[in-house]
Write a protein that binds this ligand. Structure first.
Ligand SMILES: Nc1nc2c([nH]c(=O)n2[C@H]2C[C@H](O)[C@@H](COP(=O)(O)OP(=O)(O)OP(=O)(O)O)O2)c(=O)[nH]1
Length: 182
């Protein structure tokens, strides 16, 4: 198992109801410029010595001012970044930029992980849980302190894959949808 060299990202697939999920909360990135406009799952990088689940609650609190209940983890169904995803990242970073080096990096470092993490660009992997809002009456909205996103929306399973997701997210969103529609 090789994973010590990679940075762990945690993300929440927030659904309207863990028992009967019909909609997924999708977030649109505002930065960096290369990723602006792409959709993703809210979350972010785990800090050194931080528990992944704690990091996820922290990120969701910082970004959306929400408390979440964690449901099942969506484990990776594939373990290597594929050619299509790599191509897509290359296009995004064609002009260079803050993360360009990650895309040029050694993808083979992103090996299968016993924890079920999904491979992203070169030195990132992502752990994903299906979640729901702890208080179902709360309305997700962007905090002014969350400079990272420009929009949020609840999207039904039927159209969720029509969004312009970050390239590595397509198989992840598919797996979330399959799990939730079961
Ligand atoms: N949050 C999130 N990040 C994703 C997804 N898919 C994907 O490729 N990523 C990538 C984009 C970024 O390169 C990285 C997450 O970094 P981030 O910028 O959100 O992390 P952060 O909030 O801790 O912010 P920073 O301190 O690094 O600026 O993972 C996703 O669905 N959600």
């Amino acid at each position: 198992m090789v994973r010590s060299m990679t940075q762990l990202v945690v993300a929440a697939a927030i659904v309207n109801d863990l028992e009967r999920p019909t909609h997924l909360l999708c977030a649109q990135r505002a930065y960096p410029l290369e990723l602006k406009g792409k959709w993703e799952l809210p979350g972010g990088k785990v800090e050194p010595n931080e528990e992944p689940a704690v990091a996820l609650r922290r990120e969701i609190h910082e970004e959306l001012d929400l408390e979440i209940e964690l449901g099942p983890q969506i484990k990776a169904t594939w373990d290597q970044i594929d050619e299509k995803t790599r191509e897509a990242w290359h296009q995004i970073y064609a002009e260079g930029g803050r993360y360009a080096q990650q895309v040029e990096g050694d993808f083979s470092a992103n090996r299968p992980s016993d924890e079920g993490d999904w491979p992203l660009v070169a030195d990132l992997r992502m752990r994903v849980w299906v979640c729901q809002l702890a208080d179902e009456t709360s309305m997700p909205q962007l905090r002014s302190a969350d400079g990272g996103h420009q929009a949020l929306k609840w999207v039904p399973w039927e159209t969720v894959l029509d969004l312009d997701w970050l390239p590595a997210d397509y198989p992840i969103i598919e797996a979330i949808r399959e799990t939730c529609k079961r």
